[in-house]
Design a protein around this ligand. Structure first.
Ligand code: FES
Ligand SMILES: [Fe+2]
Length: 400
């Protein structure tokens, strides 16, 4: 093996996530050198109706939660052939199954006989599902495999009535579903180049250590906005995150999705160090998968890698549910790793409940009181908010 081959083999041995962070470290260090951070091109003056108009909300629900792929669950939540799980958060009742062939499928959880909910258990293992109303039975492919007193009931015709399938595809450790049986799922087009990053994170090997569901009386976009700017870190999060991160950031977009690269506080010292002394594995990454999913990737410590997946599902213009999954990549390898995931979960959950979502609820009540036509400034430091609002407006106006 010559020198170049050896170098190539060495590069190959570096974990894809480390390689990605090494690349991003250069962009962060460039910002430190030039005294810059990620800024939007202009201040946005957002109309207050963005957060409270019910007609607008109905349009958003149709455009984003019916006609766009959603992360219905993590692959880890359908563990092995024969597992199933319900997914009702998008609106329509949906059943997810993993067949004997390992493939994930999605169906409307609606009996083709008279519309009853076929599966009522939230998750479990089963190779067949029997509707409680009249006892029709379906397999994991959605096929009707049993009709009581079939000869008297219907003969062949209704035996061909299967569960209605929704487009679904498992990719990068995530199960994507389109909550519209008549829609078409083009996941590559939707991910717009984000796939390699998601693959590098290794979500397929995630073990979910903590999961929770939070009910919040605020607009769903307000909930997301709290993830999309670091401007509030030192004020709102003075008990939880103050002083942990540098204000230097890098912001990249992939179609409507984005990657927000933060930096540990010591990034200020990196330009003076040899590159070999940088610590790219400490760089936190935050991905937003439009319209509602955030994947936060923490530092890779000696004990392992912790990620959290947040999904926000609206129930009305004034309410959303926030689903959290705190995961150990490659599983919990040690007690030390468990302690680290526990700490990350406690801190992040406390920040969400006591700080971000607490202020979101207060603000939502306040926004409802403001006169129509009032606008709210989104500053240039709030680049993720600016980008998200721009994409929401573009899609609602008929873009793509
Ligand atoms: S409604 Fe399901 S079997 Fe009749
Ligand atoms: Fe926050």
């Amino acid at each position: 093996m010559d020198r170049h081959q050896a170098a190539g083999a060495l590069a190959e041995a570096v974990a894809p996530l480390t390689r990605l962070r090494q690349d991003l470290a250069h962009n962060l260090v460039r910002n430190v050198r030039t005294g810059q951070t990620a800024l939007s091109p202009a201040v946005l003056h957002e109309d207050v109706s963005f957060y409270r108009d019910p007609a607008r909300f109905e349009a958003e629900r149709q455009r984003f939660f019916r006609r766009m792929p959603l992360v219905a669950c993590l692959s880890a939540e359908l563990p092995g052939a024969g597992s199933f799980r319900l997914f009702d958060d998008a609106g329509p009742p949906i059943l997810l199954t993993r067949g004997k062939d390992g493939q994930v499928r999605a169906f409307l959880n609606v009996c083709p006989h008279r519309g009853a909910r076929v599966v009522r258990e939230a998750a479990g293992r089963a190779s067949r599902f029997t509707c409680r109303f009249h006892g029709w039975t379906f397999d994991a492919h959605g096929a009707c495999i049993g009709v009581p007193e079939e000869a008297q009931f219907c003969g062949e015709i209704d035996r061909n009535k299967h569960l209605v399938a929704c487009p679904a595809e498992e990719r990068h450790g995530l199960v994507f579903v389109l909550a519209d049986p008549l829609g078409e799922l083009d996941l590559d087009g939707h991910l717009a180049g984000l796939g390699p990053d998601l693959e590098a994170i290794g979500i397929a090997s995630a073990e979910i250590v903590h999961a929770d569901s939070l009910s919040v009386a605020a607009n769903w976009k307000y909930g997301l906005d709290t993830f999309f700017e670091t401007y509030h870190l030192n004020a709102l999060h003075r008990e939880t995150f103050k002083g942990l991160f540098s204000p230097v950031c890098v912001f990249d977009t992939f179609g409507p999705h984005h990657r927000y690269t933060f930096a540990p506080l010591d990034i200020a010292d990196w330009p003076a160090r040899a590159e070999s002394d940088w610590t790219p594995d400490t760089i936190p990454l935050q991905y937003f998968l439009f319209p509602n999913t955030i994947v936060s990737v923490g530092s890779t410590s000696r004990s392992g890698l912790t990620i959290n997946v947040h999904r926000i599902f609206p129930s009305s213009a004034d309410h959303f549910v926030s689903k959290l999954s705190y995961c150990a990549i490659d599983g919990l390898g040690s007690a030390e790793h468990r302690a680290e995931v526990d700490r990350a979960y406690e801190t992040a959950r406390a920040a969400l409940v006591n700080e971000d979502y607490s202020v979101a609820e207060e603000s939502h009540a306040g926004l409802r009181a403001l006169p129509a036509g009032t606008t709210l400034p989104v500053g240039r430091r709030e680049i993720g908010v600016w980008n998200f609002h721009g994409n929401v407006a573009r899609y609602l106006a008929g873009g793509e």
